[in-house]
Design a protein around this ligand. Structure first.
Ligand SMILES: C[S@@+](CC[C@H](N)C(=O)[O-])C[C@H]1O[C@@H](n2cnc3c(N)ncnc32)[C@H](O)[C@@H]1O
Length: 326
């Protein structure tokens, strides 16, 4: 191509484009083919390759998002306040409090985000954890956890999913909840102590830098947390890193059908409601694939409402780390 068409620029490596976006400070960086190819056939003997060989040149699109200053701090404050009061934000069902749009945010009126647990047996699961269910699904119901497995819960909150998982993995297994909010961690640890649950541990850390070694978990799960994280791509990289080869990811989370008005998604004070940090499902799945996960599958999808003409849905999805990585 260089000899025949005098092309100076022979294209980009995906990695190179991602690095440029990273240097520019963008998050959720994605590079993907548009599905269109330009083709060219080289006719003469340029001394390279076979004559008449076709060069397929794929056209790519790259996207990235500018960080929202203060989003993480607002999210942390909001969940610390919930952990302190232990209060439901909009009622309760099945014996669990429900996370939804906060009542003082009129933008999110009409959006109802809730987990889908059956009745919780509080003779074996701590009541204070059942009373702090802030999720949007029920990942342990679909994760097919096995006795002896090591499970990591990203953004474990009051610990309900950890306690449910602890019963499935049994005493030979282990569950590690990771959360960045100290008051939430305190609440979850106290619940574990009170009920004498020994196979659950809660660690302080962020989803973007998990406090766990490489290849140490059989399953990584998360319930309504990744929408709150600015750099979802980095969260998926971290989940991939800590999983063993062949390990599984099981996530319940919120996605949006499109973009919110710029001034809304750029307002850090709106990030805590599990709505305005949500990204489209296609982008979410592409970020998972880019992190290395194979075959992400949506297992459940529920419409939670509309805001600014954007449909909000909760998803539960599964994906796997390949047994052998190239
Ligand atoms: C909506 S609540 C969900 C809690 C829990 N998974 C559940 O289902 O009840 C979000 C939790 O994620 C935590 N969180 C949010 N962003 C985080 C981050 N970047 N790293 C670690 N924890 C985070 C918050 O402190 C909060 O406890």
């Amino acid at each position: 191509m260089k000899a025949e068409m005098a092309d100076e620029w022979l294209g980009f490596e995906r990695r190179q484009v991602l690095d440029w976006f990273e240097q520019a400070g963008l998050v959720n960086r994605l590079v993907d083919c548009t599905g269109e190819d330009c083709c060219a056939t080289h006719a003469g003997d340029t001394g390279a390759d076979e004559p008449n060989e076709q060069a397929r040149i794929s056209v790519f699109a790259a996207v990235g998002t500018k960080r929202v200053n203060g989003a993480r701090e607002h999210v942390q404050e909001q969940y610390a306040a919930r952990a302190r009061t232990g209060a439901a934000c909009c009622g309760s069902g099945s014996g669990v409090n429900i996370c939804c749009a906060s009542p003082d945010n009129p933008d999110s009126e009409g959006v109802n985000i809730q987990p889908d647990y059956a009745a919780i047996d509080t003779t074996v699961i701590p009541e204070e954890a059942a009373g702090m269910a802030l999720g949007c699904g029920n990942p342990t119901a679909l994760a097919l956890l096995q006795p002896g497995e090591v499970v990591v819960d990203i953004g474990s909150g009051g610990g309900l999913d950890c306690f449910l998982a602890s019963r499935q993995v049994g005493e030979k297994g282990k569950v590690i909840g990771v959360d960045m909010t100290p008051v939430m961690l305190g609440r979850a640890r106290q619940a574990a102590r009170r009920m004498g649950i020994a196979n659950v541990e809660f660690r302080k850390g962020t989803a973007e830098a998990l406090p766990l070694p490489d290849g140490s978990a059989d399953v990584v799960m998360s319930n309504c947390v990744i929408n709150l994280c600015e750099d979802k791509g980095q969260v998926f990289n971290e989940a991939f890193r800590v999983l063993k080869p062949g390990g599984r990811l099981e996530i319940s989370d919120i996605v949006a059908s499109g973009s919110f008005p710029g001034e809304v998604s750029a307002d850090p004070s709106r990030w805590g409601d599990c709505i305005f940090g949500a990204i489209p499902e296609g982008e979410y799945l592409a970020l998972l694939r880019q992190a290395g996960f194979s075959d992400p599958q949506v297992q459940k999808r529920a419409h939670s409402g509309d805001v600014f003409d954007v449909a909000i849905s909760s998803l539960t999805l599964t994906a796997a780390k390949p047994s052998t990585t190239a």
